[in-house]
Every structure is written in C-alpha cells, then in structure tokens.
Design a binder for this molecule. Sequence first.
Ligand code: S3P
Length: 166
Amino acid sequence: MQNIVLVGFMGTGKSTVATLLAERLGWNKVDLDTSIEEAEGASIPQLFTEKGEPYFRQAETAALRRELEGRTGQIIATGGGAVLAEANRAIMLANGLVVALTANVETILSRVQNDPNRPLLQGNAQKSVPELLEKRKHAYDFAPAKIDTSDKSVEQIVEEVIRLLG
Ligand code: S3P
C-alpha cells in the first residue's frame, strides 16, 4: 500500500474524488486544508488575512510532511497552490502516486463561484480564475498522471485513479 496525492487547480474536484476513492479503497481521506486548519486553530481565510500567504505556505508544507512521511494508505486532497514549492513537489513524489486533476475554465468557474473560503479569488472569480490558471498553467506538469475531470462523473474519475494504481 502506498499513498495517493491529488493535485490540481481549485475546483478540479480533488476533495470530492478523494472522498469516494477513500471509500472504495478503504484508505484514509485527508483534506490538506482541513489538516492545516486543525493544526493552526484557524480557518484558511483567517490564516491568509491574519498571518499572510507565506505563513500559510509554511503551514502547508508542514501539513504535507505530517500527513505523508512515514505513512501509507493516505489519500491527500491538496490545496491548489501546494504544488508551487519545489520542496512540496519532492515530498509528494517521494511518498505517493501523484495524480493531477484538470478541468476547463468554465467548469472551474461553475464550481468555485461565490465561494468565500477561497481567499485567492477575492470574491471575483470571473477575473481571478483565468489569471491564476494562466500563471499556473505548468504547475501541475510534474505529476506523472493527469485526469481531465470536466465531463466525467466522480465514479469515472475514481475508476481511472484505481486503474493507475495497477
Ligand atoms: C489555494 C487553494 C485552496 C487553499 C488556499 C490556496 C491556492 O485549496 O489551499 O485557498 O493557492 O490555489 P483548494 O484548491 O482546495 O481550493
């Protein structure tokens, strides 16, 4: 048994896919943002406004280590920006099967519109999603596997991930 790490832009379905995958495999689902919130005793928007993004990114790396290193059977739904640090990419690759979920911009917008829990979108997803997508267009290329989630059911995506496990 190993670990599965789901990476991808906000709204690509990481958390939903992780939940069903965990059910199917009988593994443990970990939402990295929730793990950070529990460790810090603060919500993600609070961490961004009260401590700043660099602090949040440090907490994110610590959470990734805590949830992955020396562990197996973990299915980690990471935050969209967890792939930005080289150190994080190395931790992911060394400790699990990294699968990048992708989706087209319309699908992402329909999923993240008006979500107050995503501080980077600052209440203006129509403008910030395309900008951030452009900035991060190669950020997920390091993942050895990629699944487009735009026109697929959660069940289909989960089957694809299970097939990747071999
Ligand atoms: C972020 C994505 C969020 C969360 C934080 C920063 C990002 O997670 O970690 O708001 O930098 O893309 P989701 O991808 O689950 O929305």
